[in-house]
Design a protein around this ligand. Structure first.
Ligand SMILES: [Mg+2]
Length: 226
């Protein structure tokens, strides 16, 4: 692999966050683990398109509040304290930026968490979904939907336009079938460490390069930096 001679120069890399930049499949799941809840049923419904993003977030919050109410911002933040960066993530972002590549995170994960990863890795731009807090810093009942998990293309197109970047020079990296929406026309997509059965199958039939490792540095041979 890494036949980089005939691919366009990489000037923009867009990362999914959960399962790509961080070694945890879902920043929503981390909170379910924290509260001892399980949203697998609703996740499957969401993937099948039977729940909207907003409905899905609301049902997650409902589950946690059934266990504990109120929930503070600090507690949610602390729930992420055990989550680690993906092996090689820091190196890859540094290497890309040293080569003038624009680096962004487009995540349907939790903003509270994604923002801390974005500042830790000093990426150029980021967007995520997340929470609304009450005036006393307790969690409200509603999530905020800034992007649709299966509609990341809209955000990426806007990002490319805003930064005067060409889709041809853009590479997106994701770990789930929903991330295939990052594959905007003319750009390239790399599947990284898919874990769900459905993600592995979707990547296989999408005819895209897939990296089965947990070291983000393994994407570098698929990029063209100079
Ligand atoms: Mg992911």
């Amino acid at each position: 692999m890494g036949n980089s001679a005939d691919i366009p120069k990489t000037t923009c890399v867009v990362f999914d966050c959960d399962g790509v930049l961080v070694d945890a499949v879902s920043s929503w799941r981390t909170l379910h683990d924290h509260f001892g809840t399980d949203n697998d049923f609703n996740l499957q419904r969401f993937i099948r398109g039977e729940l909207t993003d907003v409905e899905f977030m609301r049902s997650d919050i409902r589950m946690w509040k059934d266990i504990q109410d109120p929930i503070t911002r600090d507690e949610l933040f602390r729930a992420y304290s055990g989550v680690k960066l993906m092996e090689g993530a820091r190196h890859v972002v540094e290497q890309l930026q040293a080569n003038g590549v624009f680096v962004a995170i487009v995540s349907a994960g939790v903003d509270l968490f994604v923002s801390s990863i974005a500042s830790m890795l000093k990426v150029d731009d980021w967007i995520a979904n997340g929470f609304i807090f009450n005036d006393d810093n307790t969690l409200s009942d509603e999530g905020i939907c800034r992007l649709h998990a299966v509609g990341k293309n809209k955000i990426i197109l806007r990002l490319l336009e805003m930064n005067n970047l060409d889709p041809q020079n853009c590479v997106s990296v994701g770990d789930s079938e929903m991330d295939l929406s990052m594959h905007v026309d003319g750009s390239r997509f790399i599947g990284f460490n898919p874990t769900r059965e459905s993600s592995i199958a979707a990547f296989q039939s999408a005819g895209i390069p897939v990296i089965h490792s947990k070291d983000l540095r393994d994407i570098l041979p698929h990029l063209k930096l100079e």
